[in-house]
Write a protein that binds this ligand. Structure first.
Ligand SMILES: [Fe+2]
Length: 243
């Protein structure tokens, strides 16, 4: 595509954050380890808008340890839309741990996809999960495409395993904080490698707090990766186009 062939930097008015659509954020208050209250939720949304963002998809954790019911998340999101007076477009999805609760929700079709049949999923950062392959297959068989959150954080995955997941049509979502070293040098290295290999489809912030968000949007290092990041950011936008 000619547009992406042009040399661009993130520092101008068309930088990385102009019109940004975040597909991964823990901003629904009080439901997980993200923002704890309405005040901080609304302040963060205002800050995103001031930064030039266009949309945020709120993705609270759903897992056996945080079994957020779909109906409760939907009620809170409805309340947010009443309270929020800004111009960002807001969406609700969830980040599903690939565990037995997800399997149950998948079977009942009781879950919140991102958009266009994409479901944001995660797995353990510490060890490979017995359920991983089976639940990815089951998601695909149900007609949904899993988007694996922060694959760079699963340090036990080998190059061959990343390639195998891509062949299975599992989308990869880069956590932008990984790229600037928020989770340490090893994960940063892994994220740079995956980015260079063209493995990622989307990029999200995985914001849990105002302080982490500020550190990320002020990180100068992100600009150096603008050429690789802009197509991912475009994919984020297209995912929520007409939604
Ligand atoms: Fe997350």
């Amino acid at each position: 595509m000619r547009f992406w062939g042009r040399k661009r930097t993130a520092s101008g008015p068309k930088g990385l954050w102009a019109g940004f659509v975040d597909i991964h954020a823990h901003l629904l208050p009080g439901v997980d380890d993200g923002v704890p209250d309405w005040q901080r939720c609304l302040a963060l949304l205002d800050a995103c808008e001031a930064k030039g963002w266009k949309a945020v998809c709120l993705t609270p954790h759903v897992m056996e340890d945080m079994p957020n019911a779909t109906a409760r998340l939907q009620r809170l999101f409805d309340e947010l839309q009443v309270r929020y007076q800004g111009r960002l477009s807001l969406h609700l999805a969830a980040e599903y741990m690939l565990d037995l609760l997800f399997e149950e929700r998948l079977e009942k079709k009781d879950f919140l996809p991102l958009a266009k049949n994409r479901v944001l999923v995660e797995t353990s950062c510490y060890q490979s999960s017995l359920f991983f392959d089976r639940l990815l297959e089951k998601t695909l068989s149900a007609g949904y495409f899993p988007v694996l959150a922060h694959p760079e954080r699963y340090a036990y995955l080998t190059e061959a395993e990343y390639a195998r997941l891509k062949e299975k049509r599992v989308g990869f979502q880069l956590n932008l904080p990984s790229l600037v070293g928020f989770y340490g040098r090893e994960i940063q290295k892994r994220s740079k490698w995956l980015l260079r290999q063209g493995m990622y489809t989307y990029a999200g912030t995985d914001t849990h707090s105002f302080a982490a968000w500020e550190r990320l949007v002020e990180a100068k290092d992100l600009e150096r990766h603008a050429e690789c990041l802009l197509p991912l950011i475009e994919n984020n936008k297209q995912l929520f186009e007409n939604e």
